[in-house]
Ligand binder design. Structure first.
Ligand code: NGQ
Ligand code: ZN
Length: 463
């Protein structure tokens, strides 16, 4: 539905503007962004400063089930790591059927909207039934995600995942990975059938070779050629270099680090999202940034899993783009990802306001603008900020919140990110102009939470 909104302040791509009138068309696309005009009595009023919605560029919805359930010593020797977490994650993943996935994802997407994410990029690899056999409807799990997004109202970029091997050099997969496996041709068929269905709800499809661990060189070549033949602009996401052991295994296999290998063997460009670009050397940073790809940063998950720290200053100095994702759902809050991104850098460097620049000294505004631009690019959606031609994906802060009231817009945004109010200070969230969160709550909040809780109870009782 077309609509209009008047905001006393709005964060436009060029910075804050006052007395801004927005109009959007029936497709939810902004047709007018005009600062410095008096409010028309017919326009709705934003309840506080208006920010662009942020695309969550990396999510595995099913992992919402196990967020908080792996925070105990699982390794007898006390050597807990990403790999011991992964073994627990696989056990939980084995329990989830399409109905459960829909319940989990619907609640998760409600949480995302209430926390300022307006798009989600779903890196989807639970394709098969738990025993590894395809479902009668091969896309049953993927369709559960599309339905969940439709019900919650979040925009989705669905990325069916190619997963074929247990490690570099065509290592065999384990039983916990049977749900993920798919031939390359079958994955391309799934991609094509999902595209049509996604288009009907204004969603986008891309593909995701899971990682260089899980996809060999021939399959990578084949899937990239196949997807480009269907959609030359389809987003391509990959887990690139999250763990040190992964980098070492890649070097033992190929003589190269993962990103260096990828840059030499694929045409990495602006379609690509390099998820967990955690362990890059100086040459990979230079070449990766120059490729135009987006680095997919998931700071709270990367902290939770003990991955390591992304070199934000070096990547930014090289002109690299980046965005944020909630990945394992241990935190579902855009502001908190940005806070942790900046805090990681502060802890490592002993400096403050690391992400700020000469052009944009306000660190919170800079973080939001970069995450919006990177998220839009990675999702393949026109959601790159409050500007004509972009989707009306809008987040309004609550100007009356005690942490914000009476402050200038930059200070409100900084307080929202850094001074502990975060999602409690989000008043309204719109996707394509449609208001989904009102007074900080999504209309489905109670029903979706209840269904999620019942689903989790049932799945954990069956364990
Ligand atoms: C995933 N998650 O695909 O869900 C991965 C774990 C893997 C993160 N990398 C599995 N955070 O990488 O093998
Ligand atoms: Zn991931």
């Amino acid at each position: 539905m077309s609509g209009s909104l008047h905001a006393a302040q709005a964060l436009l791509p060029g910075g804050w503007a006052a007395e801004v009138r927005l109009r959007w068309d029936a497709a939810g696309r902004l047709t007018e962004v005009r600062p410095g005009v008096a409010a028309d009595p017919a326009d709705e009023r934003a309840p506080g400063p208006l920010l662009p919605g942020i695309a969550n560029l990396h999510a595995h919805a099913f992992q919402r089930l196990l967020a908080g359930l792996t925070e105990y010593r699982a390794d007898e020797g006390g050597d807990d790591s990403f790999w011991s977490w992964r073994a627990l994650m696989y056990r939980h993943a084995a329990r989830i059927d399409p109905a459960a996935l829909e319940a989990i994802a619907t609640w998760l997407y409600v949480e995302m909207l209430e926390a300022g994410y307006t798009t989600v990029c779903e890196f989807h690899y639970l394709h098969n039934a738990p025993d590894g056999r395809p479902y009668a409807d091969d896309g049953a799990m993927a369709r559960a995600l599309l339905r969940a997004a439709r019900r919650a109202g979040i925009a989705i970029t669905l990325l069916p995942v190619l997963y074929q091997q247990g490690g570099f050099g065509a290592r065999p997969t384990g039983p916990g990975q049977a749900r993920f496996l798919r031939g390359t041709a079958a994955l391309l068929r799934l991609f094509e059938s999902l595209r049509a269905e996604a288009a009907a709800q204004g969603a986008r499809c891309g593909i995701a070779p899971h990682s260089l661990r899980a996809v060999g060189p021939a399959a990578l070549r084949e899937v990239l050629a196949g997807v480009a033949a269907i959609d030359a602009h389809a987003p391509i996401h990959i887990h690139i270099a999250e763990q040190r052991a992964e980098v070492e295994d890649c070097r033992a296999w190929s003589g190269q680090r993962p990103l260096a290998w990828l840059l030499d063997h694929a045409e990495v460009d602006a379609r690509w999202c390099l998820v967990h670009a955690t362990h890059l050397d100086a040459d990979e940073i230079r070449r990766g940034a120059a490729s135009g790809a987006v680095a997919g940063l998931c700071p709270t998950t990367e902290a939770n899993l003990g991955d390591g720290l992304f070199d934000l200053p070096a990547w930014s100095a090289a002109g690299g783009r980046w965005g944020i994702g909630s990945d394992s759902q241990v935190t579902v809050d855009a502001a908190q990802e940005l806070l942790w991104l900046e805090y990681g850098q502060r802890l490592a460097s002993g400096r403050r306001n690391v992400a700020a620049t000469t052009q944009q000294p306000q660190v919170a505004a800079h973080l939001v603008q970069q995450a919006v631009a990177g998220g839009a690019q990675a999702s393949g959606r026109a959601a790159a900020g409050i500007a004509v031609g972009q989707q009306a994906d809008l987040v309004a802060l609550d100007a009356g919140h005690p942490a914000l009231a009476g402050l200038a817009p930059d200070a409100m945004l900084a307080s929202h990110l850094f001074a502990s109010s975060r999602r409690s200070a989000l008043a309204e969230v719109r996707v394509g102009g449609r208001r989904l969160v009102h007074g900080g709550r999504h209309a489905l909040h109670d029903a979706a939470a209840a269904a999620f809780i019942a689903c989790r109870r049932r799945l954990l009782a069956a364990a």
